[in-house]
Each structure stands twice: as structure tokens, then as C-alpha cells.
Write a protein that binds this ligand. Structure first.
Ligand SMILES: Cc1cc2nc3c(=O)[nH]c(=O)nc-3n(C[C@H](O)[C@H](O)[C@H](O)COP(=O)(O)O)c2cc1C
Length: 190
């Protein structure tokens, strides 16, 4: 029996009623039994990256903790909306902080991407920008299937925020199963 994988889920939205946060919360029920998912801490309190801050004070404790959670994980899933056709600033800021670390947590880390957004492209542009930024810091990006939830308000229950779209759920299951395989191909621990 292979050991159970430990996968960290990072949400790119800080909003209480976030569709992406709702999606992130629902993932465990669609993951294979061989994969355990745990939510990452919020990056809401991270200061805006400034190299002078880093030089003067080092990395803030909460940034160190966020990085360590990524290091400990066998893989990472980023679930994020797109803001103005790109990565939400808070999430990009968090990635920028940890990218400056000597023991850079995304190096050789398998990462899968998911997005939900109000528009016709469902956050795909944020995904492609994340793909670009995370590749620049040596993450291993999962390819297909992509999970892109378009027109999010129509796909989530208005009251419970449950994802109701069967096609999206099917793709999510396929992605999580494929991600499990990708991690095992790359992880020395698995
Ligand atoms: C600053 C900002 C920029 C946005 N830009 C886009 C966009 O480029 N494409 C899109 O589909 N939706 C865009 N939206 C709408 C979001 O998709 C929508 O608010 C979505 O619910 C955000 O995700 P969340 O529910 O996880 O917070 C934007 C929203 C905000 C607040």
C-alpha cells in the first residue's frame, strides 16, 4: 500500500463568501483515498513584499510558517480566482515572499491549479500566469485536465456555496487522481 499523500490547498481569495474557498473546502470528498488535503493558512497578514524589509527584519513569522507548510507537503493545489485577467495581488505577494527564500519551498514541488471566476474564461488567465510564475521558481506544474469553473455564480449553490456542476466535478476527480500519480512520479517520499 502506498503511503497517503499530504497535499496543501492554497486559496487565492480572501473573501468570506468566496467560490474558490468553497471549492477548496469541497475537494477532500473528490480526492482519491490515497491523498489527504489540508488547507494552507491565510496570507492576508503578509506585508507587501519589499526587499528592504527582508534585509532589515528577515522573513515575517507568518511567511516562514506558510513556506514551511509548503515544504512539508508532497504537493500543492492552488485554487484561485483571476483579478483583472491575472493572479490576485495577495496570492502573488505571498509567492513573491517565499520565492526569495534560500530553501525555496516551491522548488521541485508538484503543483496543480484550479480556478473559479465570474467570467467566460473562469480564471484561466490567472492559471496561466501562475503557471508562468511558479515555473520560474522550479515548481512542477500538473498539466491536464485543467479545472476551470466559468460563470461561477451559476455553478455554485447560492445559499450553501456547494459546487453543483457535474462536468466540473468530474474534471476535478480526474485532476486529483492524475495529480496523485504525478506526485508519486516526482516525490522521493512517496
Ligand atoms: C479586483 C477584481 C478583479 C476581477 N477580475 C476578474 C477577471 O479578470 N475575470 C473574471 O472572470 N472575473 C473577475 N472578477 C470577478 C471574480 O471572478 C468574482 O468576484 C469571483 O467571485 C472572485 O472569486 P471568489 O468568489 O473566490 O472571491 C474580478 C473581481 C475583482 C474583485
Amino acid at each position: 500500500m502506498p503511503e497517503q499523500l499530504d497535499v496543501l490547498v492554497i486559496c487565492g481569495s480572501l473573501r468570506k463568501g468566496s467560490y474558490n474557498a468553497a471549492l477548496a473546502r469541497m475537494l477532500p470528498q473528490w480526492a482519491p483515498a490515497s491523498m489527504a488535503l489540508r488547507p494552507a493558512a491565510s496570507f492576508a497578514s503578509f506585508p507587501i513584499y519589499n526587499a528592504d524589509l527582508q534585509t532589515t527584519n528577515g522573513f515575517p513569522d507568518e511567511v516562514n510558517a506558510w513556506a514551511e507548510a509548503i515544504r512539508r507537503a508532497d504537493g500543492v493545489i492552488v485554487v484561485s480566482p483571476e483579478y483583472n485577467w491575472s493572479i490576485p495581488g495577495g496570492l502573488k505577494n505571498a509567492i513573491d515572499w517565499v520565492s526569495r527564500m534560500k530553501e525555496q519551498p516551491f522548488k521541485d514541488k508538484p503543483v496543480a491549479l484550479q480556478s473559479a471566476a465570474g467570467g467566460i474564461l473562469g480564471g484561466s488567465r490567472a492559471q496561466y500566469h501562475l503557471r508562468q510564475s511558479l515555473t520560474s521558481i522550479d515548481a512542477i506544474l500538473f498539466g491536464r485536465p485543467e479545472v476551470i469553473v466559468t460563470f461561477a455564480p451559476q455553478k455554485f449553490d447560492e445559499k450553501t456555496l456547494e459546487l453543483k456542476d457535474a462536468a466540473a466535478i468530474d474534471l476535478i476527480k480526474q485532476q486529483l487522481a492524475g495529480f496523485d500519480k504525478l506526485i508519486r512520479r516526482h516525490s522521493p517520499k512517496a
